[in-house]
Ligand binder design. Sequence first.
Ligand code: FAD
Length: 389
Amino acid sequence: MLGFLLARGGLKVVVIEKHGDFLRDFRGDTVHPSTLELMHELGVLDEFLARPHQAVSQFGGGFGDEQIILADFSRINQRCKYIAFMPQWHFLDFLAEKARQYRGFSLRMNTQAVDLIQEEGRTVGVVARTDDGQTLRIKADLVVGADGRASIVRERAKLEVIDIGAPMDVLWMRVSRKLQDPLETLGRVSAGAIFIMLNRGDFWQCGLVIPKGGLRALQDEGIESLRRRIASLAPFTSDRVSELSSWDDIKLLTVKVDRLRTWYRNGLLCVGDAAHAMSPVGGVGINLAIQDAVAAANILYEPLKEGRCSEDDLRRVQERRTFPTRMTQGLQIAIQNVIIKPTLESDKPISVPWPLRIFQLVPRARAIPAKIMGVGFRPEHIRTPEVTS
Ligand SMILES: Cc1cc2nc3c(=O)[nH]c(=O)nc-3n(C[C@H](O)[C@H](O)[C@H](O)COP(=O)(O)OP(=O)(O)OC[C@H]3O[C@@H](n4cnc5c(N)ncnc54)[C@H](O)[C@@H]3O)c2cc1C
């Protein structure tokens, strides 16, 4: 997104991606109302919404036998009053396609950053390796680490990480989908288990939340025990759980919550998960990453254009984005501690946790989680120009 915005403003940008495509299961599928608003500001919303997606205007889950609605996006003050569920690789392909229209934009796939180039205390580029074994030295006025929660950029820049911690990991797996299955994304919470199912057309992308480090114990119980568990959480899949034939069909996604004390060095900035790894709680990490990108473009566009991007400019990006990051991570930690950890440790029947009862009693209150999830704290808007000549 940052590459797109800077190239749209007439700057020269090289984006490198270590994989050959954007096809990754783990990123989440949520395109938030705030991102749709940005698409509108960029004049590409209709084109974007013409791509297959699922518009979800309410978000809730089953706690034991009770079904509740937690967030109601129809109550928020945004153009699109829903979350668009779209596999993130479609979203990223769309952004890349739009960005390629600008002369200054170049996207190099199969190109992995492996080190930074430093000169006189300033980062002046990256060393990258391509799939066919070439080593590239890419020089730049600014290096942006948007390389996720295992960021090589932040590690090589020796930026200090504050580890906040998460009590869970996620097991990620696929089960085929039949026509008569429910359409919408499903969430189910029961004693010792939290289970999420994303509709991806002909299959369900399923996430089973487990206590951190709990995979070994599950493996000791055997794959049949996992299949029974999935079938009890989503009974309509009982005729298909045998598709999970071995542990090779199940990926462990390690959940991390952390943030950098300082997001920048002279000539270098981290954004998104590289600056603050987000928990999957609430499905908001993508929104924060996009908002960081927009804020960075707004603040850095002029200094970059004039070749005078300083540490002070980079500090302004961190200052702008620290409040939303801390607030969102703070809420994620509260939910992890008050709801997720006790649920995963419980062997008693689960009912709706007391803090969430408010959303049953006062439907209007569902606008609050909808605003936090769908828009977030301190939403950003496109302030950079389009330069076509
Ligand atoms: C299990 C799980 C489920 C989640 N579900 C959701 C959800 O539903 N909604 C939501 O909003 N958030 C969700 N999140 C959080 C979300 O995935 C992240 O917050 C978000 O993807 C961060 O975006 P990013 O662009 O900063 O990093 P990433 O999405 O991690 O992207 C980093 C990119 O950099 C590339 N890369 C990495 N290293 C290098 C390198 N050395 N050189 C070149 N390229 C490199 C990677 O291949 C990748 O394409 C979830 C997280 C987890 C763990």
